[in-house]
Ligand binder design. Structure first.
Ligand SMILES: Cc1cc2nc3c(=O)[nH]c(=O)nc-3n(C[C@H](O)[C@H](O)[C@H](O)COP(=O)(O)OP(=O)(O)OC[C@H]3O[C@@H](n4cnc5c(N)ncnc54)[C@H](O)[C@@H]3O)c2cc1C
Length: 293
């Protein structure tokens, strides 16, 4: 393990990333680190900076395609309880970056706090959701953020206040290497009515998305608020199109499903095919929503 010998208690070599992503595709990480607390995380990052090893943070792996050859450098999976704490105080909610959205939404609903239920059915963690301002028709996570605690590029803990933050359509200006936790401001509401709203959103999402299949979230961003990538792909006649084991979902054309035997290369070829067809037929250059490692 040479360069990372000092961290062998929580770093493994050549571990497959596929089981850690929703696509379940792709190769290994040169190093996979699961730091157990902030000191281990900052120590590891300092070592990576001084030795020139690149680092990436893995959340729930639901917005991610890992290439078949895997990734060099260190993938850091924030999964330890040290990054998964939740605390509710009045209408302010603190959540660690590794907290999965679903239990967070349930907990805030039970505490009689409304807001985050608009994220019902979105997999992944608080960190991943903040990075891309995850959301849906009802809004996005950024609108509830009071502040975000990060590790900056020098490895120092900083608090980014609401006034410093810009959240856009599936984007944010949170470009620090690690998001550690966030504070949200929610609205008091009868828990029963929040739960009802969660169920309504869940029913709509289940009807529209290919749950139960191997896939990430939507592959492309909508080119404009009025023009949906899903509709452009459908109208290009690509529903059900295949490259190897990768297939454009019948249910929602902006999802790619990995069928048995699929590789990340199949998905990448299908992405190219979709982009080319949409460009040819409609003149739109589709921008990726998913991250490709
Ligand atoms: C079935 C399905 C439905 C979905 N529906 C929606 C939807 O309706 N709306 C929507 O917006 N998204 C949706 N998604 C996409 C996905 O769930 C979100 O983008 C989610 O927020 C990603 O979070 P994650 O923890 O899985 O991030 P990952 O996929 O693990 O990572 C995504 C990016 O965030 C970075 N990142 C993650 N955690 C941190 C951290 N702590 N610090 C710094 N960087 C970090 C990673 O480095 C990577 O660049 C869906 C996905 C699936 C599979």
């Amino acid at each position: 393990m040479h360069r990372l010998d000092a961290f062998r208690e929580f770093v493994t070599e050549s571990e497959s990333l596929a089981p850690l992503t929703w696509f379940r595709l792709g190769g290994p990480a040169e190093y996979l680190a699961r730091p157990r607390n902030l000191d281990e995380l900052t120590g590891l990052l300092a070592c990576c900076r001084s030795t020139g090893l690149s680092t990436r943070i893995l959340g729930g792996g639901s917005n991610l395609l890992v290439r078949d050859e895997g990734v060099t450098g260190v993938v850091i999976q924030l999964e330890s309880p040290a990054f998964s704490d939740v605390a509710v105080e009045g209408r302010r909610v603190h959540a660690g970056a590794a907290v999965p959205l679903t239990p967070l939404i349930s907990q805030t609903a039970r505490s009689g706090l409304a807001g985050l239920e608009i994220l019902t059915g979105i997999p992944g963690t608080v960190g991943g959701a903040l990075r891309c301002n995850a959301g849906g028709r009802g809004g996005a996570i950024g609108q509830f953020v009071h502040s975000v605690t990060v590790l900056d590029s020098r490895g120092e803990v900083q608090v980014r206040d609401r006034d410093d933050l810009i959240f856009g359509y599936r984007s944010s200006n949170l470009d620090d290497p690690v998001l550690l936790s966030a504070e949200f401001d929610l609205q008091p509401e009868d828990p029963k009515s929040v739960v009802k709203q969660m169920m309504r959103i869940w029913i709509v999402k289940k009807e529209n998305q290919p749950y139960g299949h191997q896939s990430s979230g939507t592959i492309f961003k909508d080119p404009t608020p009025e023009v949906s990538a899903r509709v452009l792909i459908e109208q290009s006649g690509l529903k059900g199109a295949r490259e190897g084991g990768a297939e454009v979902s019948d249910r929602h054309a902006n999802y790619i499903i990995a069928q048995a035997g699929a590789t990340a290369a199949d998905v990448l070829r299908l992405i190219d095919l979709i982009r080319n067809q949409v460009r040819l037929q409609f003149g739109y250059e589709l921008e990726l929503q998913i991250q490709i490692w």
